[in-house]
Design a protein around this ligand. Structure first.
Ligand code: UT7
Length: 369
């Protein structure tokens, strides 16, 4: 049975930064309160021309560069987002088209902030089953578009960004070692974005009622998160026959510093084993785990051979954990150096030609009718 290794990684974060002081100009809050209660100092907010797809494409191409893998070799793309570009088509398909992943199947996975763990596990299982060889997993968000900037309960928390992993099959042991996924829909009301779906299609009333904004019972989510984070990490470690002593790093969902502290206490692990960057990014939902991981790799914290636990929670309610051995890019079988970024030009051209052909085909088929 092949192993599923994480062989490539990339992130894309919008440049504009929104500090706590900036938010204090919009709602009744202050920097000290936000830092004390959440650990957040600032977050990045997408520009008008940045979307989940554009950030996701950028992160994906970087991940392919690290893996030295051509987009044409990808079998499967799973994009996970709490702020997808549309209800449909899937953001994954837009990314597939724009990076030139010509033979990949692509779909979106919705599990809110646990999405990246769910998606990485699904991709790893597809590789482990032998049905595919190369997968791309992307977590990407422009949640700022769904935030009510007059609601101090939520607007202090979230930020935008994207992260991507490439997963590849190899006979060498390692890679994704275990995972657990959980859900409890009885807590669905705790964190919602109700408008625009089939239950509350967009109307003037849904807009007036604020149904197109994120709504949250912060305390309920806090209690749930502190209960499940440590448990899920422990469960995934048990499944992999490992203990916390075997682990070099825990990469938690970056929602709130205090939630991470509670998980550390439960696991009896020091805080310096936790990768934390919530102070500079806020909660980037599905992108928070890959952004934290990639920064830790770039800072030389996470090294090849390290064993890590990814653990997260979110709306649904959902939660989960995944244990992986960080092995880095697979040794190249050929000396060929791939330039995934160069495929973008041909991908755009191909997309344009296919749209034109579809248009011409439409003209002819209309005449036939
Ligand atoms: O990916 C999952 C996403 N969601 C989460 O992870 C959220 C989890 N929950 C949390 O992180 C925390 O519950 C919050 C950060 C949202 C809130 O922190 P808290 O310690 O639970 O505060 P609280 O709601 O209990 O509010 C305490 C006080 C209240 O005042 P009173 O009633 O004690 O006078 C609030 O009105 O703080 C007040 N407050 C604020 N003050 C300044 C609430 N929000 C703010 C604010 N600035 N932004």
């Amino acid at each position: 049975m092949p192993y599923a290794h994480i062989t490539g990684w990339g992130i894309s974060v919008p440049e504009p930064v929104l500090t706590n002081d900036d938010i204090a100009k919009m709602v009744d809050t202050n920097d000290e309160w936000i830092r004390d209660r959440t650990g957040i100092r600032e977050r990045h907010i997408a520009r008008e021309d940045e979307f989940p797809s554009t950030l996701g494409i950028d992160a994906a191409v970087k991940a392919l560069q690290v893996a030295n893998l051509a987009p044409t070799e990808i079998d499967l793309i799973i994009c996970t987002s709490s702020s997808p570009e549309y209800i449909f088509p899937a953001t994954a398909c837009i990314i597939q088209d724009q990076i030139g992943a010509t033979k990949a199947g692509a779909f979106d996975l919705l599990a809110a902030c646990s999405g990246f763990i769910y998606a990485t596990n699904m991709a790893a299982q597809a590789i482990r089953s032998g049905s595919i060889k190369n997968a791309l997993v992307i977590g990407t968000e422009t949640l700022s578009r769904f935030i009510n900037w007059k609601d101090r309960n939520t607007c202090i928390l979230f930020g935008d960004g994207a992260g991507a992993f490439v997963l590849q099959a190899s006979e060498k042991p390692g890679g994704v070692l275990s995972a657990v996924m959980h859900s409890d829909g009885s807590g669905a009301d705790s964190l919602t974005l109700l408008g625009g779906g089939a239950r509350h299609p967009a109307t003037e009333t849904t807009v007036h009622e604020g149904k197109h904004y994120v709504q949250m019972d912060g305390k309920a989510v806090f209690r749930f998160a502190t209960r499940v984070m440590g448990q899920a990490a422990k469960e995934a470690l048990d499944l992999a026959n490992l203990t916390t002593n075997d682990i070099q790093w825990i990469v938690p969902h970056q929602a709130n510093y205090r939630i991470i502290e509670t998980a550390a206490k439960y696991l009896k692990m020091p805080m310096d084993k936790f990768v934390i960057n919530v102070d500079r990014y806020g909660n980037t939902s599905t992108a928070s785990i890959p952004i934290a991981t990639v920064e830790a790799v770039q800072n030389n914290q996470i090294k090849n051979g390290d064993k890590l636990v990814f653990v997260g929670f979110g709306a649904g309610l959902t939660w989960g954990a995944l244990v992986a051995e960080w092995t880095g890019p697979l040794p190249s079988t050929s000396r060929r150096h791939v330039h995934p970024e160069q495929y973008r030009f041909f991908a755009r051209l191909r997309s344009f030609v296919r749209r034109a052909l579809r248009f011409i085909e439409g003209l002819f088929s209309r005449r036939e009718l």
